[in-house]
Design a protein around this ligand. Structure first.
Ligand code: FAD
Length: 510
């Protein structure tokens, strides 16, 4: 017999875990969550130091981009979690809300709920932050936000001092309303272990609720549409097709999978759908468009004069957000980011010293203006999608990146790092002219893993979802995940995704 729920959540990742947990607080609401992956069983997931090793394991969707002309024609690996907890089981655990002004564009797109002030109750509700008290911080939410102190690497301490010597101000943490400055990263770590969003929200107590059902190993092929409504999610379970129906469907499959599910359901740009062999039943030209991501250049690598002690956190311990025009101005939103990794971190194809013999200063652009697109590679869920982020396509992105690399090197050569700094291994001292720097960036730029925006919210008729995050043109389908983000915020986006889900759930509880 087909299962039926009041609300069906597709995807138990960052957003889906929040939605399922919050909506099922109402005992009268029968909530189903379907997830292609399974409950985590790999012990490496919980170990913060192992996060880079998880990519490519059987709980990674392991997407890949098409070759990118402005990054030396490279194909970029895009890991995404296929597991309960989604990409928060693979992520680097950095917790950064973004700069308050990042959300001005969201307010313009969707109204007051999506401004920083509108999202603030969601940020607060989600957080368990105890390092200090502040009215804008949550103490008793499900998601631990840990601000390290003694655990911070001495190399990172020296990099922070190097930034301060250049006039970059110290910052208490990334999430107190200002973003520019030096601070260790805040992390989703509890008692030394990764805390995925599912660990935080889909606890044993929550999963024991009689009105909540988690179905794992259910891969949604498409939504079966009847007129203006989704009648059911059509899933493949152990090779067998099953239908799961609901009054309301909330798609939380993430910025790559959500537009793919819509397109396979006949919702999208008719020309794109036709090419993939799918009939269009609801014309929505922007499904899959507006793709945004952050890049980091891996990296400005330095040999170390003495052995680099292993990180006690997650290697990449301190993102430093900056105004490249005035390093001591902390008043607004940043335009570039640096990061200190307590290890050699080089893009594929670049050679770096051995682990323990080097450290890295990463750099990147916080507000890229290049926009890409995701297309179907064919009609079925086994057809590889065509992911084209259009990396570094705009002059803005390439010029800002060049500034970021110059500033990374300036930080790297400060006396505060004398104790550690040996020779510069990458880009290497022969790389000096703008053309040489650009050529290095093209080879070194790698995803910071923040794809977003592929089902953007907006009040205009071309937007994919409206300000309630309801899919335009369809009555009972909502999208709540990284794909609705109209413009990518300055930093890593998991905190913002959780706040979107908290906010939507608060507005949509019965
Ligand atoms: C390697 C890596 C490092 C990162 N580092 C950071 C960081 O340090 N800080 C930070 O803030 N962010 C980081 N991110 C990004 C962050 O994890 C994501 O932005 C966030 O988890 C996205 O949440 P989401 O709910 O949109 O999607 P996801 O968490 O990806 O959830 C989508 C869920 O839907 C499921 N799903 C997809 N398709 C289907 C289908 N057809 N049927 C059924 N289920 C489906 C997936 O299996 C998954 O569980 C990182 C990401 C990665 C991969």
């Amino acid at each position: 017999m087909a299962r039926h729920f009041d609300v069906l959540v597709i995807g138990a990742g960052s957003a889906g875990s929040v939605i399922a947990s919050r909506l099922s607080e109402d005992e009268t609401c029968k909530v189903g969550v379907i997830e292609a992956g399974h409950v985590p069983s790999d012990p490496a997931i919980a170990d913060p130091l192992k996060w880079t090793m998880l990519q490519g394991r059987d709980y990674d969707w392991a997407y890949r981009t098409v070759p990118q002309p402005y990054t030396a024609n490279r194909i970029h690996e895009w890991p995404r979690g296929r597991i309960v907890g989604g990409s928060s089981c693979l992520h680097a655990m950095a917790y950064v809300r973004g700069h308050p002004s990042d959300f001005d564009a969201w307010k313009e797109a969707g109204g007051e709920h999506w401004s920083y002030q509108g999202l603030l109750p969601g940020f607060i509700r989600s957080e368990a932050f105890t390092a200090f008290d502040a009215p804008t911080r949550g103490r008793s939410g499900p998601l631990d936000v840990f601000l390290p102190d003694d655990e911070v690497s001495p190399v990172v301490r020296a990099y922070i001092a190097a930034g301060n010597a250049l006039g970059i101000p110290p910052l208490t943490d990334h999430n107190s309303g200002e973003l520019i400055g030096t601070t260790p990263n805040s992390l989703n770590i509890r008692n030394g272990r990764r805390l995925s969003v599912a660990d935080a929200y889909l606890t044993a107590d929550v999963l024991a609720r009689k009105n909540l059902t988690l179905l794992t190993g259910y891969e949604v092929e498409h939504l079966a549409m009847e007129g203006d409504r989704a009648a059911a999610a059509v899933c493949v379970v152990d090779g067998v097709t099953q239908r799961v129906s609901a009054d309301r469907v909330v798609v939380c499959a993430g910025a790559v999978s959500t537009p793919l599910i819509l397109m396979r359901s006949g919702i999208g740009d008719p020309a794109v759908l036709k090419q993939a062999g799918i009939d269009c039943i609801s014309e929505r030209g922007e499904v899959g468009a507006n793709l945004q991501d952050h890049l980091l250049a891996l990296g400005n690598v330095y040999r170390s004069k003495k052995p680099v002690p292993p990180s006690r956190l997650q290697h990449s311990e301190s993102l430093m957000y900056l105004n490249s025009e005035n390093l001591s101005d902390s008043s607004g939103a940043p335009d570039i980011v640096l990061g200190c990794v307590v290890a050699p971190s080089a893009a594929e194809g670049l050679s770096a010293p051995a682990y323990g013999a080097a450290y890295t200063i990463l750099c990147g652009v916080t507000h890229p203006t290049s926009r890409g697109r995701i297309l179907l590679g064919g009609p079925g869920s086994n057809d590889r999608p065509i992911i084209d982020p259009h990396y570094l396509e705009t002059d803005h992105d390439r010029l800002t990146f060049r500034k970021a690399l110059k500033i990374a090197r300036e930080v790297g050569r400060q006396p505060a790092l004398d104790e550690w700094r040996g020779a510069e291994a990458l880009p290497g001292l022969d790389v000096q002219s703008d053309a040489e720097l650009d050529a290095f960036i093209a080879k070194a730029a790698s995803t910071h893993h923040h794809p977003a925006g592929t089902c953007r919210m907006g009040m205009d008729q071309d937007a994919v979802v409206n300000s309630d995050l309801r899919l335009n043109g369809i009555d009972n389908v909502y999208i709540v995940d990284a794909s609705v983000i109209p413009e990518i915020p300055s930093g890593p986006i998991n905190a913002a995704v959780v706040a979107i889900a908290e906010t939507w759930a608060a507005l949509n509880r019965a």
